[in-house]
Ligand binder design. Sequence first.
Ligand code: IMP
Length: 432
Amino acid sequence: MPNVVIVGAQWGDEGKGKVVDRYGARASWVVRFQGGNNAGHTLVVDGRETILHLVPSGILHPDTRCAIGNGVVIDLRVLCDEITALKAQGVDPTNRLFVSYGAHLIMPYHRRLDLARERFRGVDKIGTTGRGIGPAYEDKIARRGVRIADLSDPERVRGLVEQRVAELNALLVANNDTKPYQRAEIDSLVQETVELGQELAPYFANVGEQLAKASRDGAQILFEGAQGVLLDIDHGTYPFVTSSNTVGSNAATGTGLGPQHLGRVVGITKAYTTRVGAGPFPTELHDALGEQLRENGREFGATTGRPRRCGWLDFVALRYAVRVAGIEQIVLTKLDVLSGLDQISICTGYEIDGERFTTYPDNAHDVARVTPVYEMMPGFADIRQARNIEDLPKNARAYVDRIAEELNVSLALLSVGPGRGEDIEIVDPFQS
Ligand code: IMP
């Protein structure tokens, strides 16, 4: 049976948390491989809402083990708080949550630099989540980051922090942050990092080795992607992207396994499109319809609470996502949010300077210049009670069939409500 990689096929917030929750029950392991606490997964279980930013959502299944791979960037305070909150809800992650020694830390100065830069950029800002993601990945690539493995040696942590802060102070000043780090602040920062490291030490592990062993023993692994393909650092709408690779292939690099372990890539897409933060969004609706989608779909960020920009489904972007992320199956979420509309539009092509395209522009800057070309489909009434594909009204069925046909993928699951079980399962990606 294949392992499964879950990726967001749009700009994040596709409802991956609910899907991972469902498939996590069938997996022995759920593993995150990139991103950090810029992600936010809202899960509704028995009417109770749990928002997880860092810990894989599989943790809510008592028999599932969870890992945070080397490709993730970790804010120790957030990890600590999430574990405490889970314990308070009766979910004990001890011996079920494993954090890679190779993962890099998001330090408090990364958050500060992220925020200072965004303020300084003004109208040109990226609209980051302000969690320090970009600066933490910058330090990783520049070979000056602090990793989980360093935490066992307080002097090493101090050395790395002191070296970094010396340079960083100049950067903060250049970005109009008038309070460079002082000695006492550096000392308390190092102390807090080391103390958090001691508290979290029972969770630190050689994740790659554990996964390889689990795989040899026949375990099913679910790789949980964060953000979405269009936010990928290489393939997304650069520079309005996150700082990691969100495509399926990074599930190997970000966990320490070879690509033969990845199995099937399942792309999660909403039945419409949303985006938070700045950057091009061809099918964005700036009218009352956009507002209606935002209200009906409760489109407010799980991490930052920001209202999400809403628009129609975009086949050009989705075909591109299917290609670059290797998506073979699709989970279509929030189909119920479209209920009650007279007509539904789907973007089937782009026009630039009067010329029509059906493939994504080579130059990411051109995405901001396109005029979408739409095809109309008739709307449908309430579908929240549907549990089989046959239960769907004719027009809803036509809409989902159109998506599968256009993207040349099979449909694995349709989500028709936010709660556990409000779905129509078509195929099981672990089996098929
Ligand atoms: P960063 O990842 O905080 O650096 O933010 C970079 C861009 O990615 C911004 O446009 C964010 O809004 C977006 N982003 C980051 N994480 C998520 C997510 O989990 N969902 C949706 N957008 C995200």
